[in-house]
Write a protein that binds this ligand. Structure first.
Ligand SMILES: CC(C)(COP(=O)(O)OP(=O)(O)OC[C@H]1O[C@@H](n2cnc3c(N)ncnc32)[C@H](O)[C@@H]1OP(=O)(O)O)[C@@H](O)C(=O)NCCC(=O)NCCS
Length: 180
């Protein structure tokens, strides 16, 4: 498996590995905001400690070099997280992405900037042939982020993901990918 870069930079963002001591800042920036978690598979956090546990798991994934490898996104020149993006390197030459940004920064093209960098990185690896992501079928802003990163809509994954903020039923998702 190729090893994603520990850090990367785009025009406006720096992506770095998380640590448990980022928990309070992540909670304040986005993980405690129900507008952010609306279409996500995880519930809004209301305390620092469970988030620190999750971030320790992220550190462990980086140490082992497998599973979902997540970066924290910071504005260039700062170390304060405003979002996160992650990659899962799956068997069969596939790279899957997930992303989240603090509401204050929505609509400025920043998520697409980070996703474009990682999509390009993934497809530059000889062994990766498919860069893909999915989102709730109602989440058209996220579909647009994927399209801006060069992915195209492939179809609907029916009853694919539960969004606990919206209820207990699995919901349809739109899948997008860029392949080579
Ligand atoms: C979805 C999310 C990642 C978008 O991030 P962002 O940085 O605001 O995205 P960008 O600014 O790069 O692009 C958003 C695009 O969606 C478009 N858009 C926004 N709301 C839209 C809507 N309701 N319908 C259609 N398009 C919409 C914007 O116009 C923009 O496209 P454009 O540049 O062509 O005008 C951000 O809202 C977020 O983090 N939400 C919470 C977490 C989440 O849902 N993550 C994704 C899980 S799949």
């Amino acid at each position: 498996m190729p090893r994603p870069p520990a850090t990367f930079a785009t025009a406006r963002l720096v992506a770095r590995q998380p640590g448990a001591d980022d928990a309070a800042a992540v909670l304040a920036a986005y993980a405690g905001d129900p507008a952010v978690t609306r279409y996500l598979s995880w519930r809004t956090y209301d305390r620092v400690e469970p988030l620190a546990v999750f971030l320790r798991e992220c550190v462990a994934h980086w140490e082992k070099g497998d599973g979902h490898l997540a970066w924290l996104l910071c504005l260039k020149g700062t170390a304060t997280p405003i979002g996160s993006i992650g990659i899962t390197l799956e068997g069969g030459g596939r790279a899957m992405f997930g992303y989240v940004l603090a509401k204050k920064f929505w609509g400025r093209g920043m998520t697409a900037e980070a996703l474009t960098f990682l999509t390009d990185w993934a497809l530059a690896q000889p062994t990766i042939h498919r860069a893909w992501a999915y989102c709730d079928a109602e989440h058209l802003a996220s579909v647009r982020v994927m399209e801006k990163a060069g992915m195209v809509r492939e179809g609907v994954l029916r009853r694919w993901q539960i969004c606990p903020t919206l209820g207990p039923e699995p919901r349809d998702c739109i899948v997008c990918a860029k392949v080579k």
